[in-house]
Write a protein that binds this ligand. Structure first.
Ligand code: AFP
Length: 336
């Protein structure tokens, strides 16, 4: 056997070693996150057998039916992260307000925002789902409970972002601002092992991913872009291939590896877009930019938007640099 075997734990420690002022708190937080990911992975794989498929009778604050696995994933994230002394506050797609750290536990210096199980409407059909997370340093005073303001920092202040995709294998992809690294879970010994070091998205997309059933509800300039990607032009390798799963993590992961553009535009049905800024768009934007791609709301980088509320929605475009540039030209009217 040649080369090194690098576990996620070893990778995180090596990353933290680059910062002499680091206290180990971040490594502990990532270990807790990694444990939560393994538990959620185990349960999503066993879902049919454990009788946890199907819906509960609850509706979450987005007005969507809450799945049993959504609840399980949310509870797992909270229970794995709330007592380690690394966090001062959390926020989740599944909870309307911020999630405080119980007073009996110490308050740490980090903030964690997450979508515990994205794409969950696909679960019953055995389609890939994922967990998305975003980590910030607190801005409120140390040693006190974290605040809503801690959760509403712009994406460019993230110290780490990542996702776990529960697919044909379980993969955790993360970045602390030093490139993007992917780890595959070996289920036999329960370790995430580095399988995709330093991921770079191809400069040019070969795939576009969008829910085209919304076409009639989009702005004319977005429609023009979609018509453009479907035209035949050998020089620019068009038409692009259409691939849409309807599970952001899975669509994003495929496009990151193969080169692609993911679009969820605003529409007359969802004038502010559908996807959520702080726990869906921002972490994915951080990763795509670290991988050499671009993020956009059509006019600016997602990472430069200052969130105003926890469950804020945003038009979302993520992908290869060349293609996001062209999309922005269509949106602002430079291309007709
Ligand atoms: P669910 O978690 O309710 O399945 O929503 C998934 C999601 O937020 C994201 O993962 C998808 O990209 C997007 O919604 C799909 O939305 P459409 O069904 O409107 O295309």
């Amino acid at each position: 056997m040649s080369g090194k075997i690098v576990t996620l734990n070893r990778h995180i420690i090596d990353e933290e070693d680059k910062y002499p002022e680091a206290t180990g708190e971040f490594t502990n937080l990532m270990n807790d996150l990694c444990f939560a990911a393994k538990l959620i992975s185990y349960h999503t794989n066993k879902a049919g057998l454990l009788g946890v498929l199907g819906e509960t009778d609850k509706v979450n604050i987005q007005g969507e039916q809450v799945k049993k696995l959504d609840e399980f994933a949310h509870d797992t994230m909270v229970k794995a992260l709330d007592h380690g002394g690394n966090l001062c506050v959390m926020a989740s797609e599944e909870e309307e307000g911020i999630i405080p750290i119980p007073e009996k536990y110490p308050f740490g210096k980090y903030v964690c925002l997450f979508d515990p199980l994205d794409g969950s409407s696909n679960i019953d059909a055995n389609v890939s789902v994922g967990t998305i997370f975003s980590i910030y340093k607190r801005i409120s005073p140390d040693g006190t409970p974290g605040t809503t303001e801690d959760c509403l920092q712009p994406g460019n202040k993230q110290v780490c972002a990542g996702y776990v995709v529960y697919g044909s294998s379980t993969m955790l992809v993360y970045s602390t601002g030093n490139g993007v690294h992917g780890f595959t879970l070996d289920p036999s010994y329960g370790e995430f092992v580095l399988s995709h070091p330093n991921i770079k998205i191809p400069k040019k997309a070969q795939i576009y991913s969008v829910n085209e059933s919304n076409f009639d509800y989009w702005d004319e300039n977005v429609k023009k872009y979609i018509r453009y990607v479907k035209e035949t032009d050998e020089e620019t390798s068009r038409p692009l291939n259409s691939r849409y799963i309807g599970s952001l993590v899975a669509d994003f992961h495929r496009n990151l590896l193969y080169g692609g553009i993911f679009l969820y535009p605003a529409s007359t049905k969802s004038p502010k877009g559908k996807l959520r800024l702080i726990y869906e768009a921002n972490p994915m934007a951080f990763i795509i930019e670290q991988a050499g791609g671009k993020s956009s709301n059509g006019r600016m980088s997602i990472l430069d938007i200052t969130p105003k509320e926890l469950h804020q929605r945003v038009p979302l475009y993520l992908g290869s640099e060349y293609d996001i540039n062209i999309l922005e030209e269509f949106i602002d009217g430079r291309r007709k």
